[in-house]
Design a protein around this ligand. Sequence first.
Ligand SMILES: NC(=O)c1ccc[n+]([C@@H]2O[C@H](COP(=O)([O-])OP(=O)(O)OC[C@H]3O[C@@H](n4cnc5c(N)ncnc54)[C@H](O)[C@@H]3O)[C@@H](O)[C@H]2O)c1
Ligand SMILES: [Zn+2]
Length: 677
Amino acid sequence: MSEADDRKRLAALRAEINQHNFRYYVLDRPTVPDAEYDALMRELEAIEAKHPDWITPDSPTQTVGAPPSHVFETVEHQVPMLSLDNAFDADEFTAFDRRVRERLGRDEPITYLAEPKFDGLAISLTYEGGVLARAATRGDGRRGEDVTDNVRTIETVPYSIDLPVDSRIEIRGEVVMTHESFAEINRRAERRGEKVFANPRNAAAGSLRQKDPKVTASRPLHFFAYGIGAAEGIEAPETQSGWLDWFERLGFVVAEHRDRVEGLEAAQAFHASLGEKRAGLAFDIDGVVFKVDSLADQQRLGFVARAPRWAIAWKFPAEEKLTQVRDVEFQVGRTGALTPVARVEPVAVGGVTVANVTLHNMDEIERKDVRVGDWVRVRRAGDVIPEIIEVLPEKRPPDARKIELPDSCPECGSEVLRDEEQAVARCTGGLFCPAQRREAIRHFASRKAMDIDGLGEKWITLFLERELVEHVDDLFRLNRDDLVALPRMGAKSADNLLDSLEKAKETTLGRFLYALGIREVGEVTAESLARHFRDLDALMAASEEELQTVEDVGPVVARHVRAFFQQPHNREVIDGLLAAGIHWPTPEGPADDAPLAGKTFVITGTLPDMTRDEASDRLTALGAKVTGSVSKKTTALVAGEAGGSKLDKAEKLGVPVLDAEAFARLLENPSTLDTDR
Ligand SMILES: NC(=O)c1ccc[n+]([C@@H]2O[C@H](COP(=O)([O-])OP(=O)(O)OC[C@H]3O[C@@H](n4cnc5c(N)ncnc54)[C@H](O)[C@@H]3O)[C@@H](O)[C@H]2O)c1
Ligand SMILES: [Zn+2]
């Protein structure tokens, strides 16, 4: 680059960085991830290194934070609050360590105090005579904002500590918010239609820098002490680690994961080990801070414009990056749910390369307004699957394309229906859809379903690939010759599998219904359906209304059951299964002469001696049906304490109401039921 180009770039970088600083430090609303910002800073540093005479004191490389805003009173720090130099890899850390040893003229390893780099905002607490007199933000390092009233609401900031009356001390540390509180606060903001915070750091900063301390009080914040400014009238420790122990004795919370490490290897090991713990911590950390432990050595090393020479922040891989959405594809799962997956320009996030990011469902896409071509902020924290946090609207290219839900399944062409309540779009192809087939077979064979021992994913995939199996009924047509011919399937495994299939033919109606994988029909519902209908043909012929009279079957489940049995290809598969010899004993159900046969009850409120489930079991055992809502056909409403709307409805429809006592009498002697409903 020519000198003129460098000059231009320098000016552009400074302007852009200053804007980011303002958004980050003053508004608590950054528009780019830290990694992006760090890259700009590095570029600026490189130009300034090439032209040292261009460095001015107001360059972002020479300054800290941003000047205090006018919302708060200004506080002068007795000792400036500086930033930290960064290392982004082991080589950079090694270079730092070499510089330290050179400056100190030492060959032997340096002892460092290692602790997390908390990702929050720095605060300085001034205690006078042991009483909290003032709390200030870092501001531009020399002058910060007075946030005393807000900081007083933080539980982990002691109001008074045991110090001499004539002492005056500045204790520095970080204010952070836990992931849990962050999620809760954003949920609250979303419900109210307010803007959400991009990450816990901004939430912590935004919560602390509030005009109204009541708002701060409603946001759970934590304070970790890690350093010292001015200290008068106390007996000071001689090491950094000594200060931490001192803080702890006075009642401050300090980093739990901290250690004195000697030399490079120990430092690297600490960095690696904390990196592994990172995902499991309650709050964000973005690196390890290493500080020369000896305070005498710290003094000898001193400061440069914006950071001490005796400390470095060795960052972890960034958990947030910007990338571009190249395309969006829809994946089909077992239940036919179509999940939109964004194919993004691969980026390294949180230590891995991310190329695919789930968008969950159409609602999510609409809420975030993600389009193909958009620049997005991607986050992957620890083991958590990568997600798109937000779109950068200012970077949207003019040809960005809206994402449309396909009308038909990308795998089988069946119609796609969008379930408005659950925001899920599904392929209606059922067992016919190849994408759903593999997962459906796995479900069919699973332990609580047909329990086909030894039929794992490996074999299912192979059977499908070889076209030996298309639908679940084909499993029962597998023959020994076909199986033995498969790679890695010996005669013994083939015989075992055929044996398992044979055994699985003897089942129960409940298991069979569950195995079919009807939407919303879990084991319990399958069992209820079996007990109620006792016969597969009767169930397949049942209307939605009839289905709804079954225990724990509401309108949604009824609709799914009905829709499933109406699909001709599902009927074909069922016929195939029955033809293969699957059978079950007729489920025990209420006999016609059971005392409450033909009667329908609804239960509401709290009963004194039993749960509603128990009450329901007692009634079904006597041959009654228990349903969820009161209608004209209801025999009686069993109403415990606090019956509510069902009670009102029963009274309106003239349905008899049994209180707890009457209900107990009924169970005792069911034949006394005096109603012809
Ligand atoms: N995204 C953006 O637009 C944007 C803008 C400005 C700054 N930033 C981020 O902030 C960083 C630079 O900012 P900085 O100078 O405010 O701080 P820094 O994060 O580089 O380092 C200094 C700060 O680390 C904190 N810290 C946490 N744990 C500590 C510990 N154990 N000991 C000492 N200090 C500890 C303190 O608050 C201290 O002020 C950048 O690297 C960037 O990631 C981002
Ligand atoms: Zn399909």
